[in-house]
Design a protein around this ligand. Structure first.
Ligand SMILES: NC(=O)c1ccc[n+]([C@@H]2O[C@H](COP(=O)([O-])OP(=O)(O)OC[C@H]3O[C@@H](n4cnc5c(N)ncnc54)[C@H](OP(=O)(O)O)[C@@H]3O)[C@@H](O)[C@H]2O)c1
Length: 407
């Protein structure tokens, strides 16, 4: 630093000798450079701050957009369904509870069909409070017991002469292998067979109330599923998720498609859906290590749909006037999706229908085809001594007492 330095205010041309120290600065000190450096530092700080703020804003916007994408579209039509009679199964929590809340806000008269009366009552009181709709009823239905299904239907029919909307929502996922009260594998028993009997016993009311609708909550897990005709009840080999759960959710779709052909021209439509990956109690049987459970739970706060978002596809299928004549479809994110070949196989759907009739003790709807017994391939899948075909025949009497019109 050998240049001369002009002191501020020294405009007289008076020169200060370098190194003289008369400027008041120590030799070698350059206040201009110092000031420039300070200015640069100052600017640098603000530049970094602005950059940081921009990065934070961009990240927040991207995360917000991603979250919006994850939540999926919502059903936005404001149509009301005042006085329409609705049954929703498994609605004390999760997707079912949000579905009931929205239907209640739109004026429906709702039968909440739950297995735990205490939890159902808590949900009912909360929904009545939030929707200002008093037309909500707590009814016991354990889909893991065919007798409970019959009792529920019997009571419902004594109370109501019509049924406008049935939502088969309840489900159990990836539980350890257990049996229903009737001796069937739990996931197939609850997710498919219980709903199969319930729907069939309510068909007369639905037909009388046409136009009416059935909504079946299935899952994208059906993609991994196959209907195992040789081992429908997973007695030989049990896979919690990829086996039994996926099979039961595939059964929901095959049931929907077969039923849609049976209900053709009746004014009753039936569609099914995948609600998305939703933060609910469905993973209650998760058996991994505790740390993995807490990571999943934390991650699910952001990466999973909220139960309200998870209810939107069911709501569209239940409410959209534009779907009045649509039946047999599979929906996700409120949109219709094509199905994989094993979910549209009519031979499998027919077999499953006949086998389900036998297992729940309903008389066959259609005459058996040549070469096929009413028991499908004739195997005694899942029909153990205490609760299978034998009990099916026994149960005929009680089915008749519910006055079922299957014409
Ligand atoms: N959450 C997801 O990511 C997801 C993804 C695809 C499909 N699904 C489907 O969405 C539906 C709703 O599940 P969710 O996620 O809302 O699960 P959730 O929070 O566990 O709710 C399931 C409901 O089903 C009821 N339920 C279970 N077993 C029953 C039985 N034997 N009888 C009567 N009700 C029974 C439960 O009652 P309790 O409370 O008494 O057990 C509960 O009310 C299910 O069919 C599920 O397969 C969910």
């Amino acid at each position: 630093m050998s240049e001369a330095v002009t002191r501020p205010g020294a405009g007289s041309g008076e020169e200060t000798q370098p190194g003289s120290g008369s400027s008041g600065f120590p030799p070698g000190f350059d206040p201009t450079a110092e000031a420039t450096e300070k200015t640069l530092c100052f600017h640098g700080f603000w530049a970094w701050l602005v950059l940081l703020i921009l990065v934070v804003i961009c990240t927040a916007v991207i995360m917000w957009l991603l979250r919006k994408c994850i939540q999926g579209p919502a059903y936005r039509k404001a149509n009301r369904i005042d006085g329409k009679v609705v049954i929703v199964t498994g609605c004390n929590t999760g997707i079912g509870k949000e579905t009931v809340l929205e239907l209640a806000k739109r004026g429906a008269r709702i039968y909440m069909a739950c297995r735990d009366a205490g939890r159902c009552e808590a949900a009912r009181l909360e929904i009545m409070d939030r929707s200002h709709n008093q037309q909500l009823f707590n009814r016991t239905l354990d889909l893991g017991s065919l007798q409970s299904v019959r009792n529920f239907v019997e009571r419902f029919k004594a109370e109501e002469t019509k049924l406008d909307l049935l939502i088969n929502n309840a489900g159990v996922m990836a539980c350890p292998r257990t049996l229903t009260a009737d001796g069937y594998e739990q996931q197939l028993g609850v997710n498919h067979l219980g709903h199969f009997l319930l729907t069939n016993l309510l068909l007369d009311r639905l037909k009388q109330s046409s136009p009416s609708r059935i909504v079946v909550v299935s899952s994208a897990a059906h993609l991994f599923g196959r209907i195992n005709r040789e081992d429908l009840m997973s007695e030989k080999s049990y896979g919690k998720f990829f086996g039994a759960y996926s099979q039961s959710k595939l059964a929901n779709i095959l049931f929907t498609r077969k039923l849609s052909t049976i209900l053709k021209d009746t004014g009753v439509t039936v569609n099914c859906c995948h609600p998305g990956v939703v933060r609910t109690e469905l993973n209650r049987h998760f058996s991994g290590p505790a740390w993995m459970k807490s990571v999943l739970q934390t991650g699910s706060l952001y990466f999973f749909k909220s139960p309200r978002a998870g209810a939107q596809t069911s709501l569209r299928l239940a409410l959209d006037p534009g779907l009045d004549k649509t039946s047999g479809g599979y929906y996700s994110d409120c949109m219709r999706f094509p199905l994989v070949p094993w979910a549209t196989n009519t031979d499998t759907a027919d077999w499953l229908w006949r086998e389900s009739e036998r297992l729940v003790g309903l008389p066959p709807l259609e005459a058996p085809r040549n070469g096929n017994s009413a028991n499908g391939n004739g195997s005694a899948n899942g029909a153990n001594g205490s609760g299978g075909a034998a009990s099916g025949a026994r149960d005929m009497q009680s089915v008749e007492t519910v006055v079922v019109s299957r014409s």
